[in-house]
Design a protein around this ligand. Structure first.
Ligand code: SAM
Ligand code: DTB
Ligand code: SF4
Length: 352
């Protein structure tokens, strides 16, 4: 029988109506679906590493790494494999199950592809899931990355197609969609989401979720970033995104893509604990863990440990980790397969 929760023909009107619901009604709906498809007390942990920093020829107006803006970042050439292995080992030790490597490239040269393939192989051999974000990718490049064991490719649509033109002029929305298709066709899992705080309207956020949810297959991972304002970029003086609007977008992503891992991404260090808790309730179930994102600060490890402990949220997988982010007092973590997939009554606590 067709699963009515999973659909790929969302209209803007349908999503807009959900977005405009009273806050509690929206969160009820999103949390109900969250509980149906995920363990609400468990999140996935990814660690991010910049393998090549700055000097990017693209002009994304939010980004510290574009060569066009005078920002205070440490430019770095592609890092040696040994640095990457060391950091991946540390990430695994601190509980990450996925290691994401980001490079400030527009697209991939032959020699860069060869280097990244080595990195993916080595990180995979450590028993971590691999994710890379390297700019535009051709079909054959995606296939080559798949062959060496790449699990995820991150490539965000960022905002609506209409608003995108104001944010980036050096590539088109269609370029982004083409790369996502190459990734999907190669059998690599898709990580694609957006960024709030670019000066976009709510309708642009709704349309972003519509495009992601209407892809033939929903992205397995959907990062939702809140702009980290970087001095020197054109968006440094942007207005802050309203907290409730941000939470609404998380809820909308959860409703439109019930099975996806929705990642509370950049900007977490500027969110208080209560806001993060509401994001987890609304449907976020993945975070970047570690002191740094690519060029900016993340929430500290110490703070995250305390927060997850307070909320009694466990981290997924990685049985080899010696320092799992898990409180000793908590019951043993349940695996996803043990979670009942049809809890129709939202008031019923999650089965333990
Ligand atoms: N160069 C690659 C690309 O553009 O796909 C990968 C790296 S890029 C940094 C990945 C994503 O990070 C962007 O699409 C954007 O959503 C997010 N991002 C970049 N700078 C950000 C910032 N200052 N604040 C929040 N998110 C940001
Ligand atoms: C994503 O959506 N967010 C991450 C990851 N994918 C590559 C990047 C966040 C970057 C934040 C700004 C910085 O640290 O430069
Ligand atoms: Fe380059 Fe990616 Fe930054 Fe855009 S977001 S300037 S493509 S590194």
């Amino acid at each position: 029988m067709k699963n009515l929760d999973i659909k790929n023909d969302w209209t803007v009107l349908e999503l807009q109506k959900l977005y405009d619901l009273p806050f509690n009604d929206l969160l009820w709906k999103s949390h109900e679906l969250h509980r149906k498809y995920h363990n609400p007390n468990e999140i996935q942990i990814s660690t991010l590493m910049s393998i090549k920093t700055g000097g990017c020829p693209e002009d994304c107006k939010y980004c510290s790494q574009s060569i066009r803006y005078d920002t205070d970042i440490n430019l770095e050439k592609t890092l040696p494999l040994s640095d990457i292995i060391k950091q991946a080992k540390d990430a695994k030790e601190s509980g990450a199950t996925r290691f994401c490597m980001g490079a400030a490239w527009r697209n991939l040269t032959k020699s860069n592809l060869a280097k990244v393939k080595e990195m993916v192989k080595e990180v995979k051999d450590l028993g971590l899931e691999t994710c890379v974000t390297l700019g535009m990718l051709s079909g054959t490049q995606a296939e080559e990355l798949k062959e060496v064991g790449l699990d995820y490719y991150n490539h965000n649509l960022d905002t609506s197609e209409e608003y995108y033109k104001k944010v980036v002029t050096t590539r088109t929305y269609q370029d982004r969609l083409d790369t996502l298709k190459h990734v999907r066709d190669a059998g690599v899992k898709v990580c694609s989401g957006g960024i709030l705080g670019l000066g976009e309207e709510n309708i642009d956020r709704v349309k972003l979720i519509q495009v992601l949810a209407n892809l033939e297959v929903h992205p397995e991972s959907v990062p939702i970033n809140r702009l980290v304002k970087v001095e020197g970029t054109p968006y440094f003086d942007n207005f802050d995104v309203d907290e409730f609007d941000f939470i609404r977008v998380i809820a909308l992503a959860r409703i439109a893509m019930p099975k996806a891992y929705v990642r509370l991404s950049a900007g977490r260090d500027a969110m208080n604990d209560q806001m993060q808790a509401l994001c987890f309730f609304a449907g976020a179930n993945s975070i970047f863990y570690g002191e740094e994102l690519l060029t900016t600060k993340n929430s500290t490890i110490d703070h995250d440990r305390k927060l997850l402990k307070k909320l009694k949220i466990n981290t997924m997988g990685n049985s080899n980790s010696s320092e799992k982010i898990e409180s000793d007092e908590l019951p043993t973590e349940k695996k996803l397969k043990d979670i009942p997939v049809a809890i129709n009554n939202i008031q019923k606590p999650h089965a333990s």
